[in-house]
Design a protein around this ligand. Sequence first.
Ligand SMILES: Cc1ncc(COP(=O)(O)O)c(C=O)c1O
Length: 380
Amino acid sequence: MKIPKTRVRNLRTWSPGNNPCELIGSLENNNKLSLIDLASNDYLGLSKHPKLIEAAQQAMLSEGLGAGASRFVTGSRPIHKKLEETLSQWLNFEKVFLFPSGFQANIAAINLLASRHTPVLADKLIHYSLLMGIKSIGAKVKRFAHNDIANLEQLIKQSIKEKPNEPPLVITESLFSMEGTCPNIKEIASLCQQSNSKLLVDEAHALGVMGYQGRGMSYGLSEAVTMISGTFGKAFGSGGAFLATNNKNGEKLLQTSGAFRYTTALAPPLAAAALEALKLIQANPNWGKQIQEKSKDWRTQLLKEGWNIPYGNGPIIPLILGSDEESLNKQIHLEANGLLTIAIRPPTVPEGTSRLRIVISKNLPENTLERFMCNLGQQR
Ligand SMILES: Cc1ncc(COP(=O)(O)O)c(C=O)c1O
């Protein structure tokens, strides 16, 4: 098994000079690597936004750094309720519940919606946390080809034939974290509704960026989407997560979810920062569109120069290189030139599909695309 190397990197916004191909050796001379961030999921650049920092500081002073207990003991604060209610309204789901992380929320969601008897039908490329959720209930899972609705339909039909009394649970993401691809959630939702299947959509990467005003790809489909999970660790620039669902599932979650009940409540400063992020996203409904436009420019340029990228329209652009070595070499070369992208290799992605995962965020300095193309080098 390959152990990924981790390094602490000094990320700060950097204004390029007139020549986008120039090296930034001067910055390396004082022993500091100043990198343009083309890797993190801070899509809207909110993690360092003064309003989020101020909200977190104030919550820390008034409510404490940590919540100190679970929601059912003494961990609940008004900020939790406020965040849940504001999200519920914004996303048009009846109930929202906060969790300390998206990983945990996904495990809670699957434990709530399925048992070991439930046929689970999941996209081939779903996130590890969802796989762990399925594993934790001991259910049998069938995987459909990535974003392949015809294949999903086949599996639903087969499942209903085999187990007519056990409606299947369908699981997908709305923006796949390593592919940058989006399934047609509307079609999947209608397929699930027609077949009485439950549908769980992980909106971790889409929220704040994709769908109507950044409300995710399930927005407007709450009749047919049983539950969504979202995280504050990406576009929201904070940490923590949530599940959104209807009243019936919400009541069941309150009564039965150990993953909700037996964990320390989301730290108040993170909740306050997430609420501040939500207010900013609400006040700037075009942010998502702007990032999509910018991503389109990157995709057009990369395709024009013959690079292999999957079809997508969000901020995640994987440059599929195939070999682990080439991906790592490109990462190292780009990093030496002030551009941080990470080589993603198996087992995170399937064998033979190593890639550079490029992330387009709102505050990229001008000329970043030109600089990237200059330094990307030739294809093998
Ligand atoms: C698709 C997806 N779902 C869930 C998670 C987990 O979210 P969190 O970082 O809040 O635990 C991630 C984070 O890597 C993710 O990419």
